[in-house]
Write a protein that binds this ligand. Structure first.
Ligand SMILES: Nc1ncnc2c1ncn2[C@@H]1O[C@H](COP(=O)(O)OP(=O)(O)OP(=O)(O)O)[C@@H](O)[C@H]1O
Ligand SMILES: [Mg+2]
Length: 823
């Protein structure tokens, strides 16, 4: 597996245990890899220039780390300004002098002296509390203790110079400039540490607490494979070791630094030496785990693609600007080509279009393989792309989906791994820069073609004034849930003469296509489309105007404003070139939402900084070797905690995969690979029936039994929402069966043909059901009753955007008030 430069550095360092070499390597590493890593994505990645160091950038911290070993004339130790505030840092010679006998103040200390026996450390700490109180009383009585200490410093200064500022630094030079490995050996070989004054001991405790809480030290420790969870233990043991063995001068130097970043930086290399010697097993274990979760340099995962010099053509522009059209021209002209689609529906559309143009083209999606004889072209969904086949031209549509939190990895894989002489990317400008960066890493040549929208999109300021009666022929009303889609459809059909087609995510692509065709066809009464955001990508529909029913949607956790990029994408469905409405319009149902719509359309495309990645099975398998006795779900969790990523990548979200993995724990016989594959099966995790069938399939499969469909289909179309939901679920289950039959041995899913036929029947039934669907969504039955009673016209829903903004304002006012009260 590919390893980042940092990982080779760790190997070197961990094996040779040389702090000086470590320093040089780290420094060189940093210089060569500056800008490549970002800790925010992979918190476990140790060397990150964007590091938050002890309150400063990583580069500065490293420099300091190196500077600490500089000769004594280093300004750090010469400057008086750093020293004036640290009276304890003065007056100590080379020896193990104890200042405890220097003053009345010190004599108080003698009573509370301890030799920092680590084992007794806790008790000592308690005992010292009282003494500390006495001490502070004593300080109060005796006045300024700095004065006393300064007196003693004068006495003890090496050259008798009473200029404290100039003397103090020199007295510590021998400690500060000592090589860490040497210093560590001295500590290690020391029979017993020197006795310390209680206040020094307290300060040291504080310093080690500071060290243990230092994010910088914790992050840096990863470089020697001290993991985050082990770091506190390592620091605890190191503290005990230090207290047992530390000489007076070292202790006082550390005390002089106080609980500070400087102290952390001074102690850190010694800590490193200690860990390397004390925890070889822990380091080995964690190192193995980290190395097996290495997702850095993903371009090196595809050596064959790297051996090619590919030409990448980026068709960059807004919606409806001819990007896909132009890319498809090159695809059809090629001897052998592949088109990668974000959706099954779009793959089907291209499959039809290309075959219609006389170019034989096959279809390959997760659920179906349609092989057209003599075809050298294939239209596939991006997840199904083969990185083994050689192509002349490949098209990756909607390339901005690389940044999709769930599915992004499929686009990244296609871009990095496709073996094609020419790759056409179609998408908006948001990922242009990151594609440029990736191309510079892969060595591919990038050409960018910029596009403009054929006709500008016009915003209708009037809106629908909150009344769906104002819907017109050719309108597409966009809502963000299935329930709302039906609400809108029912309202429109009740209060106007329009008939509605519907498109939403839970419908099979065949039904969506049937609905789209019904809407596009001018020779019927279905002249309005009601759809969710499922309509947003790539489809060419005869839409005159896109009307947003609302601009907020539920994201699985909470209801949020629809992101600007998505609003643009959806609004861009209006006025497609070649359609009967080439001039696109867009508006909202409510006036309240209009400002947000305009804001979204005006917004420039946000530049994407990171694109998605997900490990292959082989990578997960390697990792599993280091993590025995954990469930698959835990394994995925551990992987995401410990994986390393370069700065341009993020690990795709896999909550849904973990949910399936959890359920599949009930099937213990599954091998890791089978489990991994089952987890990727397309299943609606919120549908218990669909989940039950998946469990059943996995269970039969694990027992080597032929997997049965064991499901009947209704004879007629749905008569109510419940029956419609049932049809949707049944289609999803059949679709899942077909998917599994393509991903596992065919003989284990022998009824795939039957499943295919049943799925076609259900899609047809769904189409018929939708044509007659005039029932209310069940979950909204009560509300709809109210709606019916209220008035004849459609009840104007309140703008959710407004509601959220008001809530937010209320919260901030409340917050301000509570702050004022607290003040
Ligand atoms: N040169 C052309 N000649 C004829 N029709 C074209 C041409 N370019 C584009 N079209 C048509 O314009 C419509 C929009 O083009 P296309 O789908 O390529 O846009 P797009 O930029 O990919 O949009 P989206 O971002 O929504 O996918 C399609 O119906 C396409 O067939
Ligand atoms: Mg397109």
């Amino acid at each position: 597996m590919a390893r980042g430069p940092a990982s080779s550095l760790f190997r070197l360092y961990a094996s040779k245990k040389s702090i000086s070499r470590f320093r040089v390597l780290v420094w060189n590493q940093y210089l060569s890899s500056a800008g490549s890593y970002d800790r925010s994505v992979s918190p476990s990645f140790p060397f990150c220039p964007a590091f938050d160091g002890p309150n400063r950038p990583f580069s500065t911290s490293l420099r300091d780390l190196v500077r600490l070993r500089l000769p004594p004339q280093s300004p750090k130790f010469m400057g008086s300004d750093t020293l004036d505030a640290k009276p304890f840092s003065t007056a100590l010679g080379d020896g193990d002098e104890d200042v405890s006998d220097n003053s009345a103040y010190s004599s108080t200390m003698v009573e509370s002296e301890c030799d920092f026996d680590a084992d007794a450390g806790k008790n000592v700490e308690f005992e010292l509390e009282d003494s500390a109180r006495n001490l502070s009383n004593c300080e109060d009585r005796d006045g300024d203790d700095e004065g006393l200490i300064c007196d003693s410093m004068m006495v003890e200064s090496e050259n008798g110079d009473d200029n404290v500022s100039s003397v103090k630094p020199l007295s510590f030079v021998h400690v500060a400039s000592r090589e860490s490995a040497k210093l560590y050996r001295e500590l290690r070989n020391a029979e017993k540490g020197a006795k310390q004054r209680r206040s020094d001991w307290d300060t040291l405790q504080e310093i080690f607490r500071y060290f243990g809480n230092s994010g910088w030290a914790s992050d840096q420790s990863l470089a020697i494979y001290i993991g985050r969870s082990f770091f506190p233990t390592a620091v605890h043991n190191f503290r005990n070791f230090f207290f047992k063995k530390c000489s007076a001068d070292v202790a006082r130097y550390v005390v002089s630094l106080g609980p500070s970043d400087d102290a952390v930086e001074f102690l850190f290399p010694v800590f490193v030496e200690y860990c390397l010697e004390e925890f070889p097993d822990e380091i080995k274990r964690f190192r193995g785990m980290i190395e097996s979760a290495d997702l850095t340099k993903p371009h090196t995962w595809f050596p064959f693609a790297r051996a090619m010099k590919r030409k990448i053509v980026y068709h960059c522009g807004p919606t409806n600007s001819g990007k896909t059209y132009n890319a498809l021209q090159s695809f059809m002209e090629a001897k052998k080509g592949i088109y990668c689609s974000p959706l099954r529906l779009l793959a089907m559309e291209v499959f039809d279009k290309v075959n219609g143009n006389g170019v034989y083209c096959s279809l390959h999606t997760g659920q179906e393989k349609k092989f057209v004889p003599f075809s050298n072209h294939v239209a596939c969904t991006v997840e199904m792309v083969s990185t083994d086949e050689l192509y002349d031209v490949a098209v990756i549509d909607e390339i901005q989906m690389m940044a999709d939190p769930y599915r992004g990895f499929a686009w990244t894989r296609a871009l990095l791994g496709l073996k094609a002489d020419e790759i056409h990317l179609c998408g908006d400008p948001s990922v242009l820069d990151i594609v440029r960066k990736i191309c510079s890493e892969t060595g591919d040549e990038l050409f960018v073609h910029h596009y403009e929208r054929f006709k500008p999109l016009v915003v209708e300021a009037k809106t629908l004034l909150g009344d769906l009666k104002n819907v017109r022929s050719g309108d597409c009303v966009v809502a963000f849930s299935r329930r709302e889609v039906f609400e809108v459809k029912i309202a429109i059909e009740k209060h106007t003469n329009h008939r509605c087609c519907v498109i939403y995510g839970a419908l099979p692509p065949e039904t969506r296509r049937q609905q789209a065709n019904l809407f596009n066809d001018q020779n019927n009464e279905y002249d309005v489309l009601v759809a969710t955001d499922a309509v947003g990508m790539g489809l060419n529909l005869n839409i005159r105007r896109v009307v947003f029913y609302g601009l907020a949607k539920y994201n699985g956790d909470k209801t949020v404003a629809v992101p600007g990029s998505q609003v643009k994408q959806i609004a861009g469905r209006a006025g497609r070139r070649g359609s009967i409405y080439p001039d696109g319009l867009t508006t909202t149902l409510n006036l309240d939402d209009l400002a947000y719509l305009i804001e979204c359309l005006k917004q420039p495309f946000d530049e994407v900084k990171k694109v998605g990645l997900f490990p292959f099975f082989e990578q997960v398998e390697l990792f599993a070797g280091k993590m025995p006795n954990v469930t698959f779900c835990q394994l995925l969790e551990k992987f995401s905690e410990n994986c390393r990523l370069d700065g341009s990548y993020f690990l795709c979200r896999h909550d849904h995969i973990k949910k399936v993995a959890n359920m599949l724990q009930k099937v213990p016989e599954l091998s890791l690979e089978d489990r991994f594959n089952f987890c990727f099966a397309p299943v609606n995790i919120r549908d218990p029936k669909a989940m039950y069938h998946l469990l059943r399939f996995a269970s039969s499969y694990s027992q080597n039994l032929p997997v049965n469909i064991a499901m009947g289909i209704p004879k007629g179309s749905a008569r109510n929402n419940k029956e419609l939901l049932d049809l949707e679920t049944k289609h999803q289950v059949l679709s899942m069966y077909m998917w599994l039959s393509h991903h596992f041995k065919e003989e284990t899913f022998p009824y795939w043909k039957k499943a295919e036929a049943m799925a076609t029947d259900i899609a047809e039934l769904l189409g018929k059901s939708l044509a007659n669907a005039n029932w209310k969504p069940e979950s909204r039955a009560a509300e709809n009753q109210k709606f019916q009673q209220k008035r004849d016209s459609y009840d104007r829903p309140r703008s959710l955007i407004k509601v959220y903004e008001k809530k937010r304002q209320d919260r901030s006012v409340q917050h301000e008030l509570s702050e004022k009260v607290a003040a």
